[in-house]
Structure formats: C-alpha cells, structure tokens
Design a protein around this ligand. Structure first.
Ligand code: FPP
Length: 249
C-alpha cells in the first residue's frame, strides 16, 4: 500500500516527535562501528524531514541527543557532535529551500561551542521560514526541563511575581523549552524498544504512541507515512467515551 495517498489532510498530526533508536545495532549487524550507524542515521533524518514536509506536518521534534547520552564513550560523543555540525552546515541550504524553520530544545549551553555556534547560525537563518518547524532535542532531559520550570516558578513566587493559588497547567507549560510549540500528537520510536527514555514527559500526556521494529537508519519516507496513516485510524478519546466522540462528528 502507498501510504501517502491514503493520508487525509484533515486529520494530520500537527506535531510528530521521534525517538530515533537503533543506529548502533544497525551498524553492528553490518559488522561496522557504531558511528557508521549514526552517519546513516543522518540520512534517515533527511528523509524524514522531507517526508514530514511533503505530508504537511507543521512540527517535527527529533531526539538527537539525550542528557544521558553524555555518558557514552567520549569517542562516540565527539563523533556525534562532529556529525551534528556537518549535518547542520551541509543542510542549511536545503532547509532554506524547503522553507524549514529550525529550533533546538534542551540544555543547549552544555554542548561544545562549535556545535552551539553552528546551531545558532541555522536557527537564525531559518527563523522566518514558514513551512515545517524542525525541533532538535539536544542534551535534552524531560525531568530536567520540568525541574527547571519548578525552580523558575519557585523564584517567581519568592519575588512576588506569581501567587501559588494562581498556578495552573499553563504556568508549567509556559516555562518548558516547548512553551510556544503545540504538544505532539504522535510519538514514534524505532528499533523495537518500548520506552520513553526521559523524552517530553509533560508534553506527551495525550500523545498517540507508535512503535516500529525498523532500526533508525532504515527508516524511510514510507515509514513516516505509514505511522501517520496508523495514527489516522485511531480514535482519540481524551478520557471520553467512544459514543461521545462519535456523537460530536
Ligand atoms: C540512537 O541509536 C541514536 C542516537 C543516540 C543519536 C541520534 C543521532 C543521529 C541520527 C545523528 C544526528 C542527528 C541529527 C538531527 C543531524 P543508538 O546509538 O542508541 O542505537 P542502539 O540502541 O542500537 O545502540
């Protein structure tokens, strides 16, 4: 089945988030080093960004590097940083031509200066683009993000800027990295792992989860379309009954 032509424009997920997993295993299967998997992972990123644009998705968040990933061997961390820099440099023109706006979430200041410089350049250059918004989660940890929001709220209470009784869900959402981004409606994880790995924990309360055994470097346009198609077959109830949802349509 060709999934793209079976996707309806009316019911597209506005925001898709992806946990790109399986680069290491993909390389191992081919008798290669882990970094070979990451290099091919970048190719899958390109395919996915293009596919998201073609399908009319507005926001795509990619978990490119978690806070926990700093604990990997230095050689792998360094190689991932180098890959990030080269991907950002090599893709700037393409992303401009495709009207993609790049953003980053996470503890960006923890990244090497060479990465932040290139990242800030692409963010600035693409900031007025109006097509897909591509959000790179880098040195990202959801618990850390929520903890920082709590700290900020606490200091705003101390300074008298907000009162404890006025705190609601928006008080928290507004202080997350994603404050101006709608919550993901679809979360994809590749490589047959069924975990959230500290990714967007607040934002995915009502997100549809999609797991595939495909290893990230093998993830192609058609895989994204298939996930979107699968999403469109689901009934999203938000705590209501199926009858209530059907009566509304
Ligand atoms: C998970 O596979 C992948 C990562 C930790 C890194 C993802 C990075 C890229 C695809 C490249 C750079 C990204 C951009 C946006 C240009 P794994 O290493 O955990 O695989 P394994 O579970 O098989 O060991």
């Amino acid at each position: 089945m060709k999934f793209l032509k079976n996707i309806t424009k009316e019911n597209l997920p506005v925001h898709i988030a992806i946990i790109m997993d399986g680069n290491g295993r993909w390389a191992k299967k081919k008798g290669n080093k882990r970094i070979f998997g990451h290099k091919n992972g970048v190719k899958a990123v390109k395919q996915t960004v293009e596919a998201a644009g073609e399908a009319g998705i507005k926001y795509l968040t990619l978990y490119a590097f978690s806070s926990e990933n700093w604990n990997r061997p230095k050689i792998e961390v360094d190689a991932l940083m180098t890959l990030l820099i080269s991907a950002v440099k090599n893709e700037t023109e393409n992303l401009m031509n495709s009207n993609v706006r790049v953003k980053a979430i996470g503890n960006i200041s923890a990244l090497p200066e060479s990465v932040t410089e290139n990242l800030n350049q692409i963010i600035n250059k693409t900031k007025n683009n109006t097509g897909l918004t591509l959000i790179l989660a880098l040195s990202y940890s959801a618990r850390n993000e929520i903890t920082n929001a709590v700290k900020q709220i606490a200091s705003e209470i101390v300074s008298g800027k907000i009162k404890p009784e006025t705190i609601n869900e928006n008080t928290i959402s507004d202080r997350l990295y994603t404050h101006n981004i709608p919550d993901p409606e679809l979360l994809i994880r590749t490589s047959g792992e069924y975990r959230l790995s500290n990714f967007l924990l607040w934002q995915i309360s009502y997100t549809e989860l999609y797991f595939t055994d495909t290893l990230w470097p093998d993830f192609k346009k058609e895989d994204l379309f298939k996930a979107i198609y699968d999403f469109q077959q689901r009934e999203r109830r938000f705590g209501k009954t199926s009858e209530q949802i059907k009566a509304k349509n």
